[in-house]
Design a protein around this ligand. Sequence first.
Ligand code: NAP
Length: 286
Amino acid sequence: MSETPAQSIGIVGLGLIGGSLAMDFKALGHRVLAVARRSETCQAALNRQVVDEATTDLSLLQTAEVIFICTPLAAIEATVCQLVPLLKAETVLTDVGSVKAPVVTQIAPLWPNFVGGHPMAGTAEQGLEAAQAGLFQGRAYVLTPTSDTPSPALKTVTALAQSLGSRVYQCAPQAHDQAVAQISHLPVMVSASLIAACEAEPNAQIRSLAQQFASSGFRDTSRVGGGNPELGVLMARYNRESLLSALSQYRHCLDQVTGWIETENWSVLERSLSQTQQARPAYLDE
Ligand code: NAP
């Protein structure tokens, strides 16, 4: 993590992402003002000393210079509508929602000093208890400015994201949504379907043996399918078109593999597996 001048940073929604941001920004010397939905969450954040102030009242954020909206996707617009009358015009607003086109379309008209954002980091856990320091270190942090986004606001959010140790990227909201459909939302549906396919095994003895034999390969391939169901539904609801297009591409690939196995076309199968073996490293930062 690197230093930026100390600022007053507001965070709305103290869950996995909001709580992790609060920890890092506080460690970097910023003043962290947090607004949570439940007073228990505020008290837990104060007890863990991950924020300077916490309340359920959005008016705490009147003095914040930059505000990160870290609620579930479905609550972002309503939160910003409540915030707008409280803020100074120069306050920079950003969000962390994992789908960008609908959020940018909703929020940019409400608050011109807004920069859409998505830190590409997470775990299968949720809530403040799951928050961890350094979660964004070495991870991609995507910003989705439009031609109307003021450049000082973009600079401010870029510097804060870089200070977390993230690699900051910029692209159009729609391009972000298409890319994350392929590498984040499609894998959730594929991984969940993998677990469902194992569960659909009609022979109880085989299913029980499979559960006992499952090892690291199954752990890796089932991890994202075994995560938070609410988040999975939100991804599908908010990124429906891009996800449907990625699923259709995936179905085509599965049909091809099925065809090669049915026709015992081992040489084509091997060529395809060699190509995917070579392609994989480009998607990973290992
Ligand atoms: P989370 O752990 O479930 O936390 C969500 C927080 O939002 C909770 O603290 C909750 O407050 C608060 N909240 C829930 N409903 C609300 C409402 N109607 N109004 C106001 N606050 C509300 O979720 P998360 O994983 O941090 O996700 C938050 C955002 O980050 C989402 O937009 C998601 O798309 C994005 N994101 C998630 C990941 C990931 O892997 N999880 C990665 C990148 C981005 P209380 O605790 O007070 O109930």
